[in-house]
Design a protein around this ligand. Structure first.
Ligand code: NAP
Length: 247
């Protein structure tokens, strides 16, 4: 898809990976709906940077823990601002660790709601609003852990495994009009609040390419998938080969 003049909704687009994808889409000529949860100032900065590319940008705050109502609200606002939406990027997520016996219902439900249920109902809203004569693209941010299941982060991994399954199922259900792909990132950015140096020194030995990635690596992969007219149902690993050798 040529993104020039198209409109993308990117969740979690104020900061980090979502921001890089949003800016990549804007650089390619797309209007961007910058969804955020709490990072208001950063969302406005991302939107301002997008407008410097000469594209439209709208910020929308919505809590993805309330999946169905939020999905409707995001697409209502996005459509009012730009008309039909061509691309949905599900990037927002949470990443919390707890062993089975310490997993509360709240932790489990939040991972399901934010990391899986919201992408599902956002995809539903996306398809409902897409005019019959237009093509579309959904891109999900999964994790290599969703394909090579580790023992930890179990609630997170279950939700991301669901997102990978959703990608493959919807790629078939929504063809030929809508392409559905995912990126499975490896070590790109340390989890919010963690020590970046400690994280890096722990992760690098596990990565065959000998370094961690960066948000621009994910944005480049996102642009590659979104600009393709023939890739669908793909889960693209961007991990420095950690998914082949990691613990
Ligand atoms: N970072 C990595 O190395 C890595 C590795 C593997 C997979 N991934 C995946 O790649 C994607 C992007 O990663 P990231 O590290 O950039 O993500 P992140 O910083 O952990 O989260 C992205 C954004 O999600 C939003 N969010 C969380 N809970 C929300 C809620 N209830 N309602 C609305 N928004 C909410 C937050 O927005 P606000 O700040 O506005 O509240 C947050 O900034 C995620 O899906 C992640 O699982 C990342």
């Amino acid at each position: 898809m040529n993104l020039d003049g198209k409109t993308c909704v990117v969740t979690g687009a104020a900061v980090r990976i979502g921001r890089s994808i949003a800016l990549g889409a804007g650089r390619a000529g797309a209007n961007v709906v910058v969804h955020y949860g709490t990072s208001k100032d950063e969302a406005e900065e991302t939107a301002a940077e997008l407008r410097e590319f000469g594209v439209g940008a709208l910020t929308i705050s919505a809590d993805l823990n309330d999946s169905v109502a939020t999905a409707e609200a995001i697409f209502d606002a996005a459509r009012d601002a730009f008309g039909p939406i061509d691309v949905l990027v599900n990037s927002a997520a949470i990443f919390e660790n707890a062993p089975l016996v310490e997993t509360t219902e709240d932790l489990y439900d939040r991972h399901q709601n934010i990391n899986l249920k919201s992408p599902f109902f956002l995809a539903q809203q996306f398809v409902k609003q897409l005019p019959g004569d237009r093509r579309g693209h959904i891109l999900n941010l999964a994790d290599w852990r969703s394909r090579r299941i580790p023992p930890d982060f179990i609630a997170y991994t279950l939700a991301k495994a669901g997102l990978a399954a959703m990608t493959e199922g919807l790629a078939q259900q929504l063809a030929p009009r809508v392409q559905v792909n995912a990126i499975a990132p490896g070590a790109i950015l340390p989890p919010p609040g963690s020590d970046p140096e400690e994280w890096k020194s722990r992760k690098v030995p596990e990565i065959p390419l000998g370094r961690t990635g960066g948000p621009d690596d994910i944005a480049a992969a996102a642009l590659y998938l979104l600009q393709s007219d023939f890739i669908s149902g793909e889960i693209l690993h961007v991990t420095g080969a950690e998914h082949l050798s990691g613990p």
